[in-house]
Design a binder for this molecule. Structure first.
Ligand SMILES: [Zn+2]
Ligand SMILES: [Zn+2]
Length: 180
C-alpha cells in the first residue's frame, strides 16, 4: 500500500510524522498499517497515534474531528488561504518543542523535509548550516561564536532541534530551530 502523496510533506515516514502501526484509525475505522505519530490540534482527546495518513490526505480527519495538524500563524497572510488550508488540514504536521513554524518561500508554503540534529544536517543538508547560523544570530540574538556552537549542539531526538524545509519553486533550503 503506497502512502498518499503530501505536497508539503513529501516523506512523512523519513520525518517520523507517520509511523507503522496496527492501530485502527479512529476516522475510517480501518487498520491501514500506518498512523500519524502524535495528536492533531482538536477537541477530542483520543486522537493520538490514531489517525491514518489517508484520512489526513482526503480531509476526512479534519471534517470529522475539526482536527488540524499544524499551526497557521506563520502561513496566514504569506500564502493563499487554500495553501494554509492544505497544510493545516490535509498535511501531516511534525513534532517540535515549541509551536511549529511552517516556513514559506515564493508565496507558497515550503515542503517540510525532516527534523535534524547536527549529524543529520552535516550529512544530508550541509547547505542548511549557514542558514541555521544566521537564524541563531538573528532570531536568537547570538554572536557568531555562540551560533556556531549551537549548530554543533543540535539533536534530532533531543533539544535543540532544527527543522529543514525546501521551497517547491526555487528549491532553496530553509531551516529554523527550537528548544525545550
Ligand atoms: Zn483513516
Ligand atoms: Zn522559493
Amino acid at each position: 500500500m503506497t502512502l498518499p502523496h503530501f505536497k508539503y510533506h513529501p516523506d512523512p515516514l523519513a520525518s517520523g510524522s507517520i509511523k507503522l502501526s496496527e492501530a485502527v484509525c479512529v476516522c475510517c475505522e480501518r487498520a491501514r498499517g500506518y498512523v500519524y505519530d502524535g495528536a492533531p490540534y482538536a477537541e477530542a482527546d483520543d486522537l493520538e497515534d490514531a489517525i491514518c495518513p489517508w484520512c489526513i490526505a482526503d480531509g476526512s480527519a479534519h471534517a470529522k474531528f475539526d482536527a488540524t495538524f499544524a499551526d497557521d500563524h506563520h502561513l496566514v497572510g504569506k500564502v493563499p488561504d487554500a495553501v494554509t488550508e492544505e497544510v493545516t488540514q490535509r498535511t501531516p504536521g511534525f513534532s517540535s518543542w515549541q509551536t511549529e513554524e511552517w516556513l514559506t518561500c515564493c508565496n507558497d508554503a515550503c515542503a517540510f523535509l525532516e527534523p535534524v540534529g547536527t549529524k543529520e544536517t552535516e550529512a544530508r543538508y550541509p547547505a542548511a548550516l549557514p542558514i541555521l547560523r544566521a537564524h541563531f544570530e538573528s532570531a536568537w540574538g547570538m554572536d557568531a561564536e555562540e551560533a556556531e556552537t549551537m549548530c554543533r549542539s543540535l539533536h534530532r531526538d533531543g533539544s535543540p532541534t532544527a527543522y529543514i524545509f525546501q521551497c517547491l519553486h526555487c528549491r532553496t533550503l530553509h531551516a529554523y530551530a527550537d528548544c525545550d
